[in-house]
Design a protein around this ligand. Structure first.
Ligand SMILES: Nc1ncnc2c1ncn2[C@@H]1O[C@H](COP(=O)(O)OP(=O)(O)OP(=O)(O)O)[C@@H](O)[C@H]1O
Length: 207
């Protein structure tokens, strides 16, 4: 029997003011599947990811999510005044686990997530003192530490060097192997090659 999709979007229509951006988009992502969302600049990828994540509400249509969701967006900057370390940022990802038993558990999960993204050595460094690519990896760690059922990423590999980008692709495959439904916006050919399925948006329509 086919499994139910972890994420199912039906007839999604959306616009900013008078500008229609998405036109009746249908998209399903199965547990364990990596879907790459490709398309030219301005085709509506980020908007669609935000609707899938529940950050934006569509004008028409709806999204069904089966399980917990983590969204990793591109965060090029961090205010210098923000008094948080890389480790703090990742630890925040564990907060959804009201049931996560102990602080020790949260600390271990945080360390493990930082290791997976190759950021253990910079765990104590303030976020504002990390490079763009390092921050990107920290926010990926924050997403995976939640142990989500659905992982959405908006150009999370942008600005990563080749080694970090490859590591990220590996992490996405590992997440999928444990049953996570992954949908990633990308312009990167390597990410597209690693996906189980590529869907392409053009002018707000899936083609
Ligand atoms: N906050 C906003 N207000 C008004 N229009 C917006 C807003 N955000 C995006 N748009 C417009 O919506 C359209 C789709 O933008 P979106 O960011 O979803 O595209 P994208 O495919 O992710 O582009 P890119 O590859 O450049 O990141 C574009 O025409 C853009 O100008």
């Amino acid at each position: 029997m086919a499994s139910l999709p972890a994420l199912s979007a039906r007839d999604i229509c959306f616009g900013y003011a008078d500008d229609d951006v998405l036109h009746s988009v249908d998209l399903e992502v199965q547990p364990g599947e990596v879907v790459a969302l490709a398309g030219s600049n301005g085709s509506g990828k980020s908007t669609l990811i935000e609707i899938l994540a529940g950050v934006r509400v569509p004008r028409r249509g709806g999204v069904r999510r089966d399980g917990d969701l983590a969204l990793v967006v591109q965060r090029p900057a961090a205010p210098d005044s923000l008094p948080v370390t890389a480790s703090d940022v990742v630890r925040m990802g564990t907060w959804k686990h009201g049931a996560r038993a102990t602080r020790a558990d949260a600390r271990r999960a945080t360390q493990r997530a930082l290791e997976r993204v190759g950021m253990s050595e910079l765990a104590a460094r303030p976020l504002a003192e990390l490079s763009g690519g390092q921050r990107q990896r920290v926010f990926l760690a924050q997403g995976i530490v939640r142990e989500p059922d659905i992982l959405l990423l908006d150009e999370a590999a942008a600005g990563l060097d080749r080694e970090s980008a490859a590591r990220m692709q590996l992490i996405l495959r590992e997440e999928a192997a444990r049953g996570v439904a992954v949908c990633t916006v990308t312009h990167d050919d390597a990410a597209v090659a690693l996906a189980d399925r590529v869907v392409r948006l053009e002018r707000g329509r899936l083609i």
